[in-house]
Design a protein around this ligand. Structure first.
Ligand code: SD4
Length: 354
């Protein structure tokens, strides 16, 4: 009997010790994470000084629309949605929404996503016939039990939500497509010439962040191809404690590194927005090197904004621009630095790292 009691007691002790050790390990782990988080100086969010950033030159017009909402005390979420709807609805913009370039089957397929300060997310991919995919992405976020709906399902959902089915092909896109069919070569150009996506991130007067990203994707892509732009964590990421980031360029490379999530996590670890974007670009460069791919064939650009309203950008190649609207007005920027590709030589990784 004694033996049994002893055995039971020692088992109990063992379980107690194990439980305590486990709890201690857990506590240490929590402290570890706390410590890591504490490494980044966490100052208060900037209040009453809204700011909005968006990719490429058409970001200026998009920012104007977003600013009207931000400057009246509106929500960053409403601002980014209204902002990106400007190029989406513009038939002269060949890479977003209405008037976008088709895939190699002549179909215009659109990708978009949106994320708010509470980490609500919504996304559509390979959506046809709807002029404003960002609104459908928001409807996915607010009116469906899901976060991402694609293809025919996305169209069905959009129609059920009352969106109108429209022909998005404009004569200029059709002409380009017919010219492309002659050679049918898929050779995306690295910069604005045949692709550009609008990614927009904003901080509102209440100190909350949101972001939106929308595109017709790479011109003459395979039907069904999806890039980074509708993928939360790749083409867009928002963490209301830390900051937000969005991407443009070759989506395959951005997805490979979970780009915008990486940028935000780097800001969490204490990098400023430009440093975070640069480190993410370096990750792209490294993986291109490892896979023996030619860097000059691609462009990737990130823009980032932190909770304090600091912003920055970095890209693989010259040619990328972004627009910033803040108390100083609406201005076009080029990243402070980028990897300038010399025709004669590929940049060496070790020189790039400096
Ligand atoms: C995509 N990232 O579909 C988009 C295209 C883009 O500048 O951003 N182009 O891969």
């Amino acid at each position: 009997m004694d033996n049994i009691t002893n055995t039971t007691n020692s088992r109990k002790d063992f379980l107690k010790i194990t439980a305590l050790t486990g709890a201690a390990t857990l506590l240490n782990a929590c402290n570890f994470f706390d410590k890591k988080e504490n490494q980044s100086p966490k100052s208060e969010a900037r209040l009453n000084k809204p700011i909005v950033l968006s990719t490429w030159n058409f970001g200026l017009a998009a920012n104007d629309a977003a600013w009207k909402i931000l400057t009246n005390g509106g929500r960053a979420l409403d601002a980014v949605e209204a902002g990106v709807m400007v190029p989406e609805g513009d038939p002269t913009e060949r890479s977003v929404g209405y008037g976008g370039r088709p895939d190699r089957d002549g179909r215009i397929t659109l990708d978009a996503c949106i994320m708010d300060e509470l980490s609500n997310i919504g996304s559509v991919a390979c959506l046809e016939y709807i002029k404003h995919p960002i609104q459908v992405a928001r409807a996915v976020m607010e009116k469906s039990p899901h976060v991402m709906i694609v293809g025919d399902g996305a169209l069905q959902f959009a129609l059920e939500q009352g969106f109108k089915k429209e022909n998005l092909m404009v004569p200029d896109s059709e002409k380009e497509y017919k010219e492309w069919l002659v050679k049918s070569e898929y050779k995306p150009i690295a910069n604005i010439e045949n692709h550009d996506t609008i990614g927009m991130i904003a901080l509102d007067a209440a100190g909350n962040l949101s972001g939106a990203c929308t595109t017709s994707g790479m011109a003459f892509k395979m039907h069904g191809r999806v890039g980074d732009s509708p993928i939360i964590g790749a083409g867009l990421y928002v963490d209301n404690e830390i900051g937000a980031a969005t991407a443009t360029g070759h989506g395959e490379e951005v997805i490979r590194i979970a780009g915008c999530h990486l940028v935000v996590e780097l800001m969490r670890q204490g990098r400023n927005p430009e440093e975070a974007c640069k480190e993410a670009v370096m990750r792209v460069v490294k993986l291109m090197e490892i896979r023996k791919k030619d860097l000059k064939d691609i462009q990737v650009g990130f823009i980032a904004l932190n909770k304090q309203g600091e912003y920055g950008s970095y890209c693989v190649q010259d040619g990328f621009t972004y627009a910033v609207y803040d108390e100083n007005g609406n201005n076009l920027h080029t990243p402070n630095s980028h990897i300038v590709l010399k025709k004669e030589a590929k940049p060496k990784l070790d020189t790039l790292k400096k």
